[in-house]
Design a protein around this ligand. Sequence first.
Ligand SMILES: [Fe+2]
Length: 294
Amino acid sequence: MTQYPVNMSVTPDVSAHFDEATNTISYIVKDPTSDACAIVDSVMDIDYAAGRITYDHADALIAEIQERGLKLEWIIETHVHADHLSAAPYIQDKLGGKIGVGSKIMVVQDTFGKIFNEGTEFQRDGSQFDKLFEDGDTYKIGNMDAFAIYTPGHTPACMVHVMGNAAFVGDTLFMPDGGSARADFPGGDAGTLYDSIQKVLTLPDDMRLFMCHDYGPNGRDIQWETTVGEEKAHNIHVGGGKTKEEFVKFRTERDATLDMPKLIIPSLQVNMRAGEVPKDKDGNPMLKVPVNAL
Ligand SMILES: [Fe+2]
């Protein structure tokens, strides 16, 4: 197993921005000893019925970074999201920073390149991104060390990013009362997701975990922060020592009842291009709807 360079003595400042339309939480993560920061999982707003894209959520992230005088070094995608569009290139245009995603993005691009019948001009080598992370890859945000953990299962390209004593778990885990993400998208696998979650749960008990989504189960207020210890003890899908067999049975049965996310069709086309809207042959931004393909 990969040895990860955990350093619990560094406590980044984490600023959360909740997107009500998609229940996504975007983060600005600041190095405690410099002005450097990273964004994790930004959101671009879409009114899909109207085909209209706007930038209120991204503009709020940009405004905060500018007001605090921070320097954006990284724009991290924990995975190719199927429920919201990434604003990474919009933010990069305004503030700079490198866009990074897991190296298995190539698998996702290949799968959905076929489903959306993308032509040969759609590169399936991850070249739309500035950095492709492998399991255990390290990088710097100012003086702060960060690293990526490969956590497939929800999708083949999922990574958890650890920055000091804060881990951004993407869609591996939800809050303890929310459980885990679905594993039934093309390339997903419940058993693989269980193994990935176990990797995250080997981090120190007091590692802070930040969710990509929260839906406020049972009417509680939206929350996004917990710890490894809390998840291990109380997560309703994997906590309290639930076995892989129990998890796979539960996850598979549950996933069979779930509808597709409302924004999966536009999200995949945009996010597999690092947040760029595809263009038609005349260069106009244009989205497709493959019929009976998902
Ligand atoms: Fe996701």
